[in-house]
Design a protein around this ligand. Sequence first.
Ligand SMILES: Nc1ncnc2c1ncn2[C@@H]1O[C@H](COP(=O)(O)OP(=O)(O)OP(=O)(O)O)[C@@H](O)[C@H]1O
Length: 254
Amino acid sequence: MADVEVALAVENLSLWYGSKQALNTISLNIPRNRITALIGPSGCGKSTLLRCFNRMNDLIDDCRIEGDIRLEDRSILQSGDDLSALRRRVGMVFQRPNPFPKSIYENVVYGLRLQGVRDRRVLNEATERALRAAALWPEVKDNLGQNALQLSSGQQQRLVIARAIAIEPEVLLLDEPTSALDPISTLVVEELMSTLKQHFTLVLVTHNMQQAARVSDYTAFMHHGALVEFADTDTIFTAPKVRRTEEYITGRFG
Ligand SMILES: Nc1ncnc2c1ncn2[C@@H]1O[C@H](COP(=O)(O)OP(=O)(O)OP(=O)(O)O)[C@@H](O)[C@H]1O
């Protein structure tokens, strides 16, 4: 990892839901402009760690965090911090496509309108740019006024990605973004991730080890809230250093 710059630095991060510890002293550096996959058996803490990066866990009562996360060298866990500013910099896409019941156009410009952008030309250009980047433009360019809920689920997921990137975040968090999609749409979104990393840092939670192996540059294997091994994806899948990683990727548990 000597040649890559760090987007997110996680330092001794621990998290409790009430008395239950879900993350245990995790430290790792998420490289900029790369795809980092978080893998591990159900309940190991993947989504919890992902949600720390845009402080979605703040919504949960009884959630306590120790340690630190730095985004481009500045801590994001300070209590006085502006959460909407953080979420502009760290966007998120969920398992089920969740477009708003509005037109395709209004979905894409949603974040820009919240920021007070009114200039029609700016909004139009941003819409085309985001939809092109999300590999959806050719399919929808003549129907931008159509209700987003009429799109297929694969198109909806690409629209949600367009909505997230329209405000040009630095980091895009993807929580099992293809698990509700058919195999063809899954491949389209996987190809899309590979092009998006030119502009964004991507962090991907996936249950699908083939997907992690196909699309990610780095893989973090987690178990029982701890980070067991973090390395470039080839190393994790072909020559892991820790026995538990090897047992997991060869399907011996999980
Ligand atoms: N809101 C919550 N309140 C209490 N416990 C929670 C909450 N969210 C998650 N947990 C617990 O924290 C642990 C980690 O959950 P998390 O969802 O991060 O795991 P995961 O690896 O993403 O799992 P999966 O692959 O099944 O989605 C689990 O034991 C889970 O039950």
